[in-house]
Design a binder for this molecule. Structure first.
Ligand code: MN
Length: 292
């Protein structure tokens, strides 16, 4: 058991819009040293920090677009998103829910603020991650896992410190509900003021946290405010969080795939040739059909 040290605390960059519904700070790839390899298998992380969207009759969002070669994972903290894809998958996720979509061989989807939420307006806060797929699964069939909060395993911490919601992977023997194609741990740490949580992941797993709400002290030394990402070194296994106030922290740790990455927009494959194939397949209708 060796402490995993902090490599860097990364502040949120200037936000930009994805479509007209997602006002995101991009952390991966691009911020600090967070290229597509540094947090492998997490190859993209966009974060819509808490933001008020006024009422509208026309739901904001992102229109139909393709993906191939990876999984998109959306973790909702505030507001509601509706999703539809070309396999017939779809649903609405709201506060505390997770959507885990395996694009794999190819999917078309669209993501919009849910209708009633759009009409009423309100605070919106979400994370979208892209989790890369091992080469051997990149062309497997697409699938969709909608994971409502009540289906997410929860671990109560000692001393009434709070709880850990295990989305994927494992926390102290409790397994998350999402099925993954490589070792990935993803959880929300919901701590009360003064509460402490300890985490342990193999040192070769790339590991980071995003402070969603409140602020925490990491490893009893570094105070990290809301909307900041902590990138850990791969020099140890264990780290701790102590909540300075009621806090929510997204914890990510994954075994790197260590495979070549060829990325072009919504396609992430291993070779340039596979990217050319993906573009051809998309333009010749092989990703199916989805109404705008
Ligand atoms: Mn998408």
């Amino acid at each position: 058991m060796k402490t995993r040290s902090i490599e860097v605390v990364v502040p949120p960059r200037e936000p930009h819009y994805v479509g007209d519904g997602f006002r995101v700070h991009n952390f991966i790839p691009g911020a600090y040293r967070l290229d597509m390899k540094r947090m492998d298998p997490f190859i993209m992380l966009d974060y819509n920090s808490r933001f008020y969207f006024p009422p509208t009759d026309k739901p904001r969002g992102v229109s139909v677009h393709p993906h191939r070669g990876f999984e998109t994972v959306t973790v909702a903290y505030k507001g509601r998103v509706a999703h539809h894809d070309s396999t017939g998958g779809g649903g609405v996720i709201g506060e505390g829910d997770v959507q885990w979509m395996t694009a794999a061989s190819g999917i078309l989807h669209k993501e919009y603020h849910e209708e009633q939420f759009s009409r009423e307006g309100g605070d919106f806060q979400m994370v979208q991650l892209w989790v890369n797929l091992p080469a051997k699964f990149k062309m497997s069939p697409p699938k969709y896992q909608g994971i409502p909060n009540e289906d997410i395993a929860k671990v109560s911490l000692d001393n009434d410190a709070g709880l850990i919601e295990v989305i994927a992977g494992d926390y102290n023997g409790t397994t998350g509900s999402a099925q993954t194609f490589s070792p990935v741990h993803m959880m929300n740490s919901k701590l009360k003021e003064g509460g402490v949580a300890k985490f342990s992941f193999p040192s070769d797993h790339n590991t980071g946290i995003l402070v969603i709400e409140g602020s925490v002290v990491v490893n009893q030394s570094e105070s990290v405010p809301t909307d900041h990402f902590v990138l850990f070194e791969n020099d140890g296994t264990d780290f701790s969080l102590e909540a300075r106030e009621d806090s929510v922290v997204l914890v990510l740790s994954g075994k790197p795939l260590n495979e070549p990455i060829a990325a072009h927009g919504p396609f992430v494959m291993n070779t340039h040739q596979e990217i050319v194939q993906a573009i051809n397949d998309f333009h010749t209708g092989k990703f199916g059909y989805l109404e705008e």
